[in-house]
Design a protein around this ligand. Structure first.
Ligand SMILES: NC(=O)c1ccc[n+]([C@@H]2O[C@H](COP(=O)([O-])OP(=O)(O)OC[C@H]3O[C@@H](n4cnc5c(N)ncnc54)[C@H](O)[C@@H]3O)[C@@H](O)[C@H]2O)c1
Length: 252
């Protein structure tokens, strides 16, 4: 039977690559994003459907999950991927910036993955959940991203707690921890970091490559293939894990 996979923040970057990868592997994909046009574009490309979802809204998360179960007839894979970043010095982070980062990166993952897990449990589905964390979820040695680092460390703790409680229902929960991935988020960060350091964006790009032992920036597909592994039967005994996908930029 065809597996049904839902990805949040899939209108762009890593989420879009995950949608493509899972569709290529035969899954029926539901592309969700706060940006409906971006979601529809990716859905058309992968032959799936799209839904608008702002992950900061718990009721909207529950409504999307219910609609997927009703229309698609199940929910086997959920990827909580939506996230945001804004680079600035720790001393300059405002309460509203901090709240916004946590709203999307931490509460958004909590609400979305919780809604998916509730549906899986109530329908007796032994599903799989993946949360997109970051290399910045395992180390604070990351410049200008203190609120992001804190929000992503929380995702790893949440992943372990979910995996622990949901194991009794046969549901696996893992995270991926990407490094320097070439997406729209990275383009914004290149400009921010260049401004904060007073150097050219190209010099920042080179710093990131130099920081990566495999000597290139990461592609969204590098992440998507690991997500595909985590949701596959090859990872049937993997849960509560946070897999680094970063070309060696951070090893733990
Ligand atoms: N790019 C990187 O280097 C990198 C590294 C590590 C982790 N990550 C993480 O990977 C994930 C994807 O990042 P990306 O690089 O593809 O970024 P991106 O900006 O290219 O894509 C993020 C997508 O999330 C959507 N989004 C933003 N807020 C949302 C909300 N409230 N609800 C639903 N969707 C929302 C955006 O519309 C966008 O389509 C994020 O969680 C990010 O923190 C990225």
């Amino acid at each position: 039977m065809t597996s049904i996979a839902v990805i949040t923040g899939a209108g762009s970057g890593i989420g879009a690559a995950i949608a493509r990868e899972l569709a290529n592997r035969g899954m029926r994909v539901v592309v969700t994003d706060v940006d409906p046009i971006a979601a529809a574009r990716v859905a058309e490309e992968v032959g799936g459907s799209s839904m608008t979802l702002d992950v900061t809204d718990p009721e909207a998360c529950a409504a999307v999950v219910d609609a997927v179960v009703d229309h698609e007839g199940g929910l086997d894979v959920w990827v909580s991927n939506a996230g945001i970043s804004k680079m600035q010095r720790f001393l300059d982070v405002s309460p509203s910036d901090l709240r916004r980062t946590f709203e999307v990166n931490t509460y958004g993952v909590f609400f979305a993955s919780q809604a998916a897990a509730r549906a899986m449990v109530s329908h007796g589905i032994r599903g799989v959940i993946v949360n997109t964390a970051s290399m910045a979820a395992k180390q604070g040695r990351i410049p200008f991203l203190s609120d992001y680092v804190a929000s992503k460390f929380a995702v790893l703790g949440l992943t372990q707690a979910m995996a622990f409680e949901l194991a009794a229902h046969g549901i696996r929960v893992n995270s991926v921890c990407p490094g320097y991935v070439t997406t729209a988020m990275q383009d914004r960060e290149l400009a921010w970091e260049a401004g904060l350091r007073g150097i050219e964006p190209e010099a920042v790009r080179q710093l990131w490559i130099d920081d990566t032992p495999l000597r290139r920036l990461e592609s969204p597909e590098d992440v998507a293939r690991v997500v595909a592994f985590l949701v596959s039967e090859d990872a049937a005994f993997v849960t509560g894990e946070s897999i680094a996908v970063n070309g060696g930029a951070f090893m733990d």
